[in-house]
Design a protein. Structure first.
Length: 40
């Protein structure tokens, strides 16, 4: 999470910034999981 916040250039202290960063991370993880299911 910290690495993602750094790469996106957003603060991790702000509640809104942290939620947006977490949503981006969750969306990407979901996308990767869906692709893994398609391959398997």
């Amino acid at each position: 999470m910290k690495q993602l916040s750094t790469e996106l250039g957003v603060a991790s202290q702000c509640g809104k910034c942290a939620r947006v960063t977490k949503k981006i991370l969750n969306d990407k993880l979901y996308e990767l999981a869906e692709n893994a299911v398609k391959v398997a």
